[in-house]
Design a protein around this ligand. Structure first.
Ligand code: ZN
Length: 134
């Protein structure tokens, strides 16, 4: 079954921690062991795993990403949001996290982040839980 998690972003660039929302999908699936697939169906947003213990880590990522892909830089795409498309491709549109004993298996410092690059907007994240075969 495919679950849709709705997200509202508040800034042009924003890393929103969605770990709890994804764990809630795992809980509702009642799958004990398997894999959790998280997919972002957008061309100017992405999903990534990184440190959630210190919020300044994603702040640093967002700042340095802006330096790497400047907001104004002679882009071809007429919509004017090429930097967001480029950033989305750098991060990718999906992550997979193992599920063990009904819990997402993440490293001590890891969290799942929805990456907004062209906000603020209403967004969706699709989550699919794939149980182990018996
Ligand atoms: Zn565009």
């Amino acid at each position: 079954m495919l679950h849709r998690v709705s997200i509202k972003t508040r800034s042009r660039v924003e890393f929103q921690n969605i770990t709890r929302a994804v764990q809630e999908v795992v809980d509702s699936s009642r799958v004990e062991n398997g894999v959790c697939y998280v997919f972002v169906p957008h061309t100017t947003a992405a999903v990534t795993l990184n440190e959630q213990a210190d919020p300044s880590v994603v702040e640093d990522i967002a700042e340095k990403l802006d330096a790497l892909v400047p907001q104004h830089g002679g882009y071809h795409h007429s919509e004017g949001n090429s930097p967001a498309h480029i950033k989305a491709s750098l991060f990718g549109s999906s992550v997979m996290v193992p599920v063990d004993g009904g819990r997402l298996v993440l490293g001590t410092w890891q969290g799942i982040f929805f990456c907004e690059f062209d906000g603020p907007r209403s967004r969706s994240v699709l989550v699919k839980i794939l149980p182990d075969s018996r």
